[in-house]
Design a protein around this ligand. Structure first.
Ligand code: ADP
Length: 267
């Protein structure tokens, strides 16, 4: 009897091990699949702008004698635009890698949100040139503890998206307010918005909302990096839609430093 029980036990253990092995194999296969999908996506994102740069540069070389000055300038503009796109993509990849390895350590200091919004808007002026920008900043907002460089990068990414996903000539609003222990900043646009079921996924690496045949340049990294940066500063970044009309709302919440809170709400 004892032998039989031992045999049965061994059989059960073997079965458990088999199931565990299968799970492990499945997990490894899934990781391999993800890794190779990631490599395909990265290679594609690197190759597309490079192909444009090579095309424009080769045309310049081969047809130099026959091109007008305007045509040459247009080709040069392509070389510059596409190189900038490559540059941004590589910078995004590096930021993502740094975030994942925990190498992003915010250089935190007290800052006035309005001032940082001002410098982000100046930096984004080129990409915002075909949109109207409306600023609604509540006066006397408390200062917040942030890394100015990281925060400006986040705002730039959100403004870049608003300009990309909302039609030309529409208005991009930047609003700030106080909400209890948070300073809240919203970037609101007049585009199609973000499907509610995708509102969390848009923060996944390389995730892009599928939209028919519309292809807009992008890497699907901007929001993942932005959320990582905001969380490194102890804040929150969420996506939603406007209630008054169609359009996305990206909301940043930053903690109000304890000494800036009235006594009854201080932690
Ligand atoms: P990218 O813009 O490079 O694709 P992001 O990580 O910045 O990557 O954004 C992920 C996805 O979220 C975008 O591909 C887009 O589908 C969606 N998205 C982001 N911002 C907006 C917006 N303001 N309006 C509509 N969709 C947006």
């Amino acid at each position: 009897l004892l032998d039989a029980l031992v045999d049965q036990g061994a059989l059960a253990i073997e079965r458990v091990l088999l199931v565990e092995d299968m799970d492990k194999v499945k997990r490894t296969m899934e990781q391999d699949r993800l890794r190779s999908a990631l490599l395909t996506s990265i290679s594609h994102d690197l190759k597309t702008p490079l192909a444009s740069v090579l095309g424009a540069a080769s045309t310049m070389r081969d047809l130099a004698a026959r091109l007008s000055d305007k045509e040459k300038l247009d080709l040069l503009a392509t070389v510059i635009d596409e190189s900038e796109r490559l540059n941004r993509f590589i910078a995004n990849l590096l930021d993502m890698t740094k975030l994942e390895s925990g190498a992003i350590v915010p250089n935190a200091a007290l800052h006035d949100v309005g001032e940082i919004i001002g410098s982000a808007l100046r930096r984004a002026s080129k990409i915002l040139s075909s949109h109207r920008v409306s600023l609604e900043l509540v006066p006397d907002l408390p200062m917040v503890v942030i890394d100015a460089v990281l925060f400006e990068q986040v705002l730039f990414n959100l403004l870049d998206n608003a300009a990309k996903y909302a039609p030309a000539d529409s208005t991009i609003e930047l609003r700030s307010r106080r909400d209890g222990p948070w300073v809240v900043l919203e970037v609101r646009d007049e585009g199609d918005g973000i499907p509610p079921e995708e509102a969390e996924h848009v923060f996944d690496k390389f995730y892009r909302v599928q939209k028919g045949d519309q292809v807009r340049p992008g890497t699907g990294l901007g929001l993942a990096i932005s959320r990582g940066f905001v969380e490194a500063m102890h804040g929150r970044l969420t996506a939603g839609n406007r209630a008054d009309r169609s359009g996305a709302v990206l909301t940043i919440r930053l903690p109000v430093p304890a000494q800036a809170r009235p006594l009854d709400t201080a932690a």
